[in-house]
Ligand binder design. Structure first.
Ligand SMILES: C[S@@+](CC[C@H](N)C(=O)[O-])C[C@H]1O[C@@H](n2cnc3c(N)ncnc32)[C@H](O)[C@@H]1O
Length: 215
């Protein structure tokens, strides 16, 4: 299948070749039900839904969790994307379009809902801190998780603990961003290493960036 990650004139965590590499991981496993932690502006969410629609027709689900501006449970240094502070774009046309014409906050649940409106029957967006809300999610049918939310040691550990607890021994996939040197965050790497070691899990390093854990 030909897969091309589209950016929809918005900000994305998976710029350049990374979007296509991400889509290749999906096509490797052909999941039906995907959870993304850290939706940001919804670009990866839209690409995931496009992929799922292509491969499963209407028989798929996408769940996305993000703070979407709500307060975190504790004040942790989550190494937030700079963009979230004031929605400044390097492209002045985008600045005018989003900040002055549409007056739209791209990291809001309303904006992402609008972007994904053609898939409204298949998606669930949750505004909240994963330290609080992840344990309320039904992980039974989730086949693939993209873990790209809070980047502190505590949050990554919390998220992995809950995800693994719900997906253990099911041979499902947890793909974690910002692990390898192409997009390295020290706390993320440490949390993933400690967690996989403690639980005796194998870890695949994908293109020197993603850590892939099979549950
Ligand atoms: C790097 S961005 C995600 C990029 C997105 N996956 C993409 O491909 O475009 C990280 C996102 O995680 C969210 N986030 C940070 N800490 C969080 C937490 N504790 N719970 C839920 N979301 C969180 C931020 O609001 C931000 O939108």
């Amino acid at each position: 299948m030909h897969l091309k990650y589209k950016s929809y004139w918005r900000k994305s965590g998976l710029k350049g070749k990374w979007g296509n590499i991400f889509l290749e991981r999906l096509s490797n496993y052909n999941p039906k039900n995907i959870l993304e932690i850290g939706v940001f502006c919804g670009v990866t969410a839209k690409n995931i839904c496009n992929f799922l629609y292509k491969t499963n027709g209407n028989n798929f689900s996408y769940t996305g969790i993000d703070l979407f501006g709500v307060d975190q449970k504790d004040k942790r240094d989550e190494i937030k994307p700079n963009f979230l502070k004031d929605q400044k774009f390097s492209n002045p046309l985008k600045n005018i379009y989003y900040n002055y014409i549409l007056k739209e906050n791209l990291n809001s649940i309303e904006s992402v809902q609008k972007l994904l409106k053609e898939y409204s029957q298949n998606i669930k967006l949750i505004a909240g801190d994963t330290n609080k809300v992840l344990k309320e999610i039904d992980l039974q049918k989730i086949d693939f998780v993209f873990l790209d939310g809070g980047h502190s040691y505590e949050t990554v550990t919390n998220d992995l603990m809950i995800l693994y607890g719900g997906m253990k021994d099911k041979k499902k996939v947890i793909l974690c961003d910002d692990y390898g040197k192409e997009s390295y965050i020290e706390e993320v790497e440490k949390a993933i290493n400690d967690f996989t070691k403690k639980n005796n899990l194998k870890l695949n390093l994908i293109e020197n960036r993603f850590a892939e854990i099979i549950t």
